[in-house]
Design a protein around this ligand. Structure first.
Ligand code: NAD
Ligand code: PRE
Length: 309
C-alpha cells in the first residue's frame, strides 16, 4: 500500500521510536525519501544495514535540508542541542515535531531555535518498550496507541492536520493537551511507575539477607513486571526525571503520603482499609483491560483523515 504524505522526511535519532517510525513510513509508503541522522556512526551504520531509510548522515543539519517533515527522536535532554544544529537548514513551511516523553522542557529547549515559517508541533506517542536502539523498533508499534500533541497557541491548523494524518496513518489515536497538563498526567501514568520499578529492583539488589541469586531464582511474576520496566534505557529515564522534575516530585509526594497510609493500616491490622483500597484499584485495572481488548480490534485507533490538512 502506498499513501505518500510527505516528499522528504528527516528522522533525527534512530533508536526504538525513530526506527519504528522509519519502518512504518517504509511499509506504508508515506514518504518519497527518508533521510536518517544519528549522532553515533555505529548506530547510523546499523540503521543502514537494516535499510531503514534512503540516505544516512551523522550531521543532523545536513539531514533536514529540504525536508517537509522532521521528527526528532532523541533523549529529551538533547532536544535543545538538536534544534540548534538543524535550525539554519529548516525549510520554510516544514513541519518540525518530536516524540519526547516530557513536553514543557522540550518546548523550552527547542522553540527558541525554530525559525519563523517553520511549524513546530511537539508530540508524544504513548507507545514503547524497555528496549532501545535501532534493532528494538518494529512495524506497528503505534497502532491503536495515543499520540498526544501539545501545540503552541500560534500553531497553523493545516500543518497540525498534516501531522495528525501522519500519526493516523501509523494507526495512532490523536489527543491534544497543554504541555503542563501533559507532564502531570504522564508523571503519574508513566514516569512514577518507572521510578518505582527502578527503586524496588534497587532495594531487592541491596538486601543483605536475601541474595541476588535468590531474587533471580524466586522472582514471582509481580517482581518480574517491575524488572521489565527497570531495564529501560538509563539515559532516556535520567533525562525524563530531570526534565519533568516538578510534576514528578509532586506525584512522588502524593505517592509517599498514600504509602504511609498503607503502612499504618498494615501496622495496626486495619484490614477494612486495605480491602477498600484494593477493591477500588481492582476496578481501575478492569477498565484498562477492557480498553486493552479494543487495542486488538482491527479498526481500533483508526480515525478519518483530517479534511483541513
Ligand atoms: N522508549 C519508549 O518507550 C519511548 C516512548 C515514547 C517516547 N519516547 C521518547 O522518545 C525519544 C527517543 O527514545 P528511544 O526509546 O527511541 O531511545 P533510544 O535510546 O532507543 O534512541 C535514541 C536515539 O537518539 C540518538 N541520539 C542521542 N543523542 C543525540 C543527539 N544529540 N543527536 C542525534 N541523535 C542523538 C541515539 O543515537 C539513538 O539513535 C526520547 O525522547 C523518549 O523520551 C520513548
Ligand atoms: O511500555 C513500556 O515499556 C514503556 O515504558 C512505554 C512508555 C510508558 O510508560 O508507557 C514509556 C515512556 C513513554 O514516554 C511512553 C510509553
Amino acid at each position: 500500500m502506498s499513501d505518500l504524505l510527505f516528499d522528504r522526511i528527516a528522522l533525527i535519532g534512530i533508536g526504538l521510536i525513530g526506527s519504528s517510525i522509519a519502518r512504518d513510513i517504509k511499509a506504508l509508503g508515506l514518504a518519497g525519501e527518508v533521510v536518517i541522522s544519528t549522532r553515533s556512526p555505529e548506530t547510523l551504520k546499523r540503521a543502514e544495514e537494516l535499510a531503514l531509510g534512503d540516505r544516512y548522515t551523522t550531521s543532523a543539519a545536513e539531514a533536514v535540508r529540504d525536508a517537509d517533515l522532521i521528527v526528532v527522536s532523541v533523549p529529551v535532554g538533547s532536544s535543545g542541542l538538536v534544534a540548534e544544529q538543524i535550525a539554519p537548514n529548516l525549510k520554510p513551511g516544514a513541519i518540525l515535531t518530536d516524540v519526547g516523553s516530557t513536553k514543557a522542557s522540550v518546548i523550552a529547549q527547542m522553540a527558541p531555535h525554530v525559525p519563523e515559517g517553520v511549524h513546530f508541533i511537539p508530540g508524544h506517542p504513548l507507545a514503547g518498550t524497555e528496549k532501545s536502539g535501532p534493532d528494538a523498533g518494529f512495524e506497528g508499534l503505534f497502532r491503536g496507541r495515543w499520540c498526544i500533541f501539545t501545540p503552541l497557541p500560534e500553531t497553523d491548523e493545516a500543518a497540525l492536520g498534516r501531522l495528525r494524518n501522519f500519526w493516523i496513518a501509523l494507526g495512532s489515536k490523536i489527543d491534544e493537551m497543554d504541555p503542563q497538563h501533559h507532564d502531570k498526567v504522564l508523571a503519574i501514568v508513566s514516569h512514577l511507575p518507572h521510578i518505582i520499578a527502578y527503586n524496588i529492583v534497587g532495594t531487592a539488589d541491596d538486601l543483605e539477607t536475601v541474595t541476588e541469586s535468590e531474587v533471580i531464582k524466586y522472582s514471582a511474576s509481580g517482581f518480574r513486571d517491575f524488572t521489565r520496566l527497570a531495564a529501560s534505557d538509563p539515559t532516556m529515564w535520567r533525562d525524563v526525571c530531570l526534565h519533568n522534575k516538578d510534576a514528578i516530585l509532586e506525584m512522588l509526594a502524593r505517592f509517599s503520603e498514600d504509602l504511609a497510609y498503607l503502612q499504618r493500616a498494615i501496622r495496626w491490622g486495619e484490614g477494612d482499609k486495605l480491602f477498600e483500597l484494593f477493591s477500588r484499584t481492582r476496578t481501575i485495572r478492569r477498565s484498562i483491560v477492557q480498553a486493552g481488548q479494543d487495542v486488538d480490534a482491527p479498526d481500533f485507533g483508526r480515525h478519518a483523515l483530517d479534511p483541513k490538512a
